[in-house]
Design a protein around this ligand. Sequence first.
Ligand code: MTE
Ligand code: QUE
Ligand code: MOS
Length: 767
Amino acid sequence: MHVTGAALYIDDQIPFSGSANELGSPLFVCVGGSAIAHGAVKRMDLSRVKQAPGVVDVVTAEDIPGQLDIGAVFPGDPLLVADTIEYVGQPLFAVAATDFTSARKAVKLARLEYHEQRPLLDLAEAVAKRFYVRPPHRMQRGDADAALAAAPNRLHGELRIGGQEHFYLEGQASIAIPEEDGSLTILSSNQNPTETQKLVAQVMALPMHKVTLVTRRMGGAFGGKETQAAAWACLAALFAARNHRVVECKLARGDDMIMTGKRHNFLHRFAVGFTDHGAITALTSMLAAQCGNSPDLSDAIVDRAMFHNDNCYYLPNVTIDGLRCKTHTVSNTAFRGFGGPQGMLAIESIMDEIAFAVGKDPLEIRKLNLYDTDSGNDSSGAQRNITPYHQRITDFTVPQIIAQLESEADYWQRREQIKSFNAASPVLKKGLALTPVKFGISFTVSHLNQAGALLHMYTDGSILLNHGGTEMGQGLMIKVAQIVAQELGVSPARIQVSATRTDKIPNTAPTAASSGTDINGMAARNAARTIKQRLRAHLSAQYQTPAAQIVFANDQITVGEQTLSIAQGAKSAWLARVQLSASGFYKTPKIHYCRETARGRPFYYYANGAAISEVIIDTLTGEYKLLRADLIHDVGNSINPGVDIGQIEGGYVQGVGWLTSEELKWDERGRLLTDSPATYKIPAIADAPPIFNVRLLENAANREDTIFHSKAVGEPPLMLAISAWCAIRDAIAAVADHTRCPKLDAPATPQEILKAVDALRALKVAS
Ligand code: MTE
Ligand code: QUE
Ligand code: MOS
């Protein structure tokens, strides 16, 4: 339905949201944002706004009946500015009008004067000034300083990693419907309905049971609707309650890009020690994230960056420091991978640097440093399978995936072909890289690893499934329906999946951390098992048949010699007053993590994969093209191979966008310059590699007891795109015959590539 256009998004639901009844016609909201990055409002004259055609209501911070702050985890996010302005676009007031265009025109009529202060906009400056939204955190194993001092070889360096705009096709949007008794129903494009329910309740000074969040689906989210969908739902709710009208609050694309947070850009500084063969003996790593003006989810995001700073590699002595830097920019937030991609890119870049230093192919260095789960102790007797946070790596499929890719995608032959091509081609240069991925599955904040489901079977044998997860295009609903269908021996067509509603399943976790199917699938299966057990017990008594001889399969129930339709079974149970509605619950087992000691088992298991990317660059213009990508990814026993392969392809392409063409730029006053698709370049279909081989690892059942022994797939494949960035760097290095590792930041835009090429050429001339 997403793909064909049959799906209804928030904006499409206005005609169905009570607009033709006693509530009158709906109102539409536009938000007025700050023009300055830091300071305070001296004067806010909204008289012309109020008088503008179509305007029905205007609100400022003073009009909020309950709590002003909507920070999800820590305070710091006022719904509307009450005193200090902390970024350009920060909401100051909001307008509701009879149509969206009138609301937008009215906002422009505000007369605003500011007390302006100098904003801090640069990440490196925030690092230097220790300007933080949250305190730093450290993970440690062994003695990195001593091992570094003793290392036969050392390198140190710095890498800048860019952020990323979510660019979900459906922008932020919510509709609020006032109900008869002061309750509110909110339709919201939202990954985190429970969190928004709580915040709307707090803002409106209502108990949570008076607020119901409904999320049918999102037209994409990618982490951008985990915390940052809440503000627009709150504003719609505020206007709906004040005016007793249906109210829609949606952001125009430009406002969406300016007013909502993005992937965190990072500054990475490191020192690495290694043997003459290229085996790492010590690493000190500083991961500094630009969080923007408030904490939002940055504590957990920088933690996840730190958890993935090892990627697939054993680091015998390691210290990782994570810094949550504050700047006067919009608060950055969750984005597919949740900090993991940034932490992982940092170590993959180091792998390349070591390869240049010891004169080996980067793949050799990667293989040499992989975790070893079978045998190997290092020289100190320590097992080579312990992470910097002291979780033991088991069931590590990466060596197998790399071996399969090396042979099936001809890594070494193509390496030779590329060498010959480059030797004969002075302007165009090709590059190749293979990079692996190990991504930890579970929310690292343990209490979020829980899910609920509610299953009804009707007397006609049809089934209604509810669970706490939300659909954003990742295929969660079909996967959970398949799971219930499998458990009950019926076809998925018999199962209708309801919209996600906080009045059906309460207190849910966000649909995030790739855990949607893992936890909601289990909860739904538990509900299905309960109904099945009740049916079996009933039919066993009714037909005097042992329970073991009752089989649910092929849309039928076989009871000994007899065959019943599901409808017959359901009706029989109903007549005997057997409950055909059940709830299910699941919490992820085995996980624990102590943040004080930075030790534990934060992840139930890991998702693995690897990719080879081949690129060609033009060393005169800096332009590049992906020529070929070969991906092998481990999804365990796939619940839906079509959906999984779609996630892998989409994740890879989105990652390539992050690391190549998607560049966010602000001016010196903190205004976003890249606020439209004209200036912010996401990948288009022609940017996908013409040869794109995507395969699922075979015979890869998850050894943990996950749903049908599958593995989560939503986020991990994004990081396969690191191979494209490394391949570009490899192509650049060809300019100086691979004698030096090019200095390259991310994203590798044509400008960045050209800068790196020119730097190498200048060195070559000088020597
Ligand atoms: N795929 C599509 N089509 N649209 C999305 O918004 N979000 C990603 C991923 N895949 C996303 C997507 C992110 S950030 C996450 S955490 C997971 O889907 C969430 O869904 P899951 O847990 O059900 O995999
Ligand atoms: C991965 C994630 C999330 C995470 C931790 C991960 C995530 C998320 C939170 C989070 C943390 C604390 C809260 C909260 C949410 O943690 O998406 O509401 O209080 O929202 O390892 O994806
Ligand atoms: Mo995904 S970034 O965990 O919403």
